[in-house]
Design a protein. Structure first.
Length: 216
């Protein structure tokens, strides 16, 4: 299933090298917050390794460290930032290649299964709304979302593809997935220059299953 919408503006955002036009304009999946006084530092869930990412044809993946909160050098992603901005109970890990492909995993630990179900639904809906957000932000950008379906892993996961194209011809592809295991929600975000034909959907689904299985 695909979705194409029109309208809008992307302004004043910065992002990860090699992700999509949206990402190049701004990708942050949370906000860094201090741990509340007296609270124990939560233990991070399991994360993907570089070897778990879809293979790049000419460059190995390099994984950054698992870091609490969110990367301080990027602003809030219009599509995901509000849903994943828990700070002290969220973690991220960045991945990169030497060329035009990058990725990020973000995981959030919720207080209950009910809260995690709600967060999963919120992230899922935010991804579905992403094309409209992008086009409302910049009339020079057209965005298309493809739904690649649900995955049967733990409490479930959902995979999407997001393509953006500017009026001057720049084109980027992003794969996004959200999954849940118990009280933990994780998002995997992969991107590069190109279009839907350049997206390793089958390999990304395998990456998503691995990400969810590694949470606990």
């Amino acid at each position: 299933m695909s979705k194409r919408t029109r309208a809008g503006t992307l302004t004043g955002l910065t992002g990860l090298t090699g992700l999509t036009a949206l990402t190049a304009a701004g990708l942050a999946l949370g906000t860094v917050l201090a741990v509340p006084a007296g609270a124990a530092t939560p233990r991070p869930p399991g994360f993907l390794s570089a070897a778990d990412l879809p293979p790049h044809p000419s460059s190995p993946w390099t994984a950054g460290r698992v870091t609490a909160g969110a990367s301080p050098d990027v602003e809030v992603d219009r599509c995901l930032g509000m849903a994943l901005g828990d700070g002290w109970d969220s973690w991220y890990r960045d991945f990169r290649t030497d060329l035009d492909t990058s990725a990020r995993q973000v995981s959030v630990e919720l207080s209950s299964v009910s809260a995690a179900k709600g967060r999963f639904s919120r992230v899922d809906q935010d991804i579905k709304s992403c094309p409209a957000w992008i086009e409302q932000a910049d009339p020079e950008v057209e965005a298309t979302l493809k739904d690649y379906g649900r995955l049967n892993v733990e409490e479930g996961a959902h995979v999407y593809g997001l393509h953006t194209e500017t009026s001057w011809g720049a084109t980027d592809i992003r794969l996004l997935s959200v999954g849940r295991d118990g009280t933990t929600v994780t998002v995997v975000d992969w991107g590069r220059l190109g279009d839907f034909g350049d997206a390793p959907v089958k390999a990304f689904k395998k990456t998503t299953v691995t990400a969810v299985n590694k949470l606990h």
